[in-house]
Design a protein around this ligand. Structure first.
Ligand SMILES: O=C[C@H](O)[C@H](O)[C@H](O)COP(=O)(O)O
Length: 147
């Protein structure tokens, strides 16, 4: 898979760690920045990853900031993006099975590295269940299109 990664300064270290983890598993990485832990503004990186996914430059995206909140809000402003902030593997599983999330958001100041990598693994290996969940996700997409 090709995965777009983005983070602010607070998420930079975890992004680098995820990058290494994904590369070891043979995934292709599209690094949307930031490239150091010098203070930056998270919205830019959320928008960049969101756009990369919507423009099919990546199959899926991962965004990281201090809490995962700001960067997920930003990514969700890109039409068609369903970014899910997850703090454990169960949430990651549900984000894919029930919500067909196309971006995973993580909080580098909230969870440890081991938990983060478990979440990433679960997110990337779980499929959307469809069925009644597709109807609900379609309701969100329809609302978004009408807005
Ligand atoms: O939701 C926002 C993120 O958690 C940011 O990473 C955080 O606000 C950055 O804070 P600071 O600029 O104080 O490091």
């Amino acid at each position: 898979m090709k995965i777009a990664l983005g983070a602010d300064h607070a998420g930079y270290q975890l992004k680098e760690c995820i990058k290494e983890f994904l590369a070891e598993k043979g995934h292709e990485i599209l690094d949307c920045g930031t490239d150091s832990d010098i203070s930056v503004d998270y919205p830019e990186y959320g928008f960049n990853v969101g756009k990369a996914v919507i423009e099919n430059k990546a199959d899926s995206g991962i965004v990281v900031c201090g809490t995962g909140i700001g960067i997920s809000i930003a990514a969700n402003k890109v039409k068609g993006i369903r970014a899910a902030l997850c703090t454990d593997s169960y949430m990651a599983k549900m984000a894919r099975q029930h919500n067909n999330a196309n971006i995973l958001a993580l909080g580098a100041r909230v969870i440890g590295q081991g938990v983060a990598l478990d979440i990433v693994e679960t997110f990337l290996t779980t499929s959307f269940s469809g069925w009644k969940h597709a109807r609900r996700v379609d309701m969100i997409s329809d609302f978004e299109q009408r807005s």
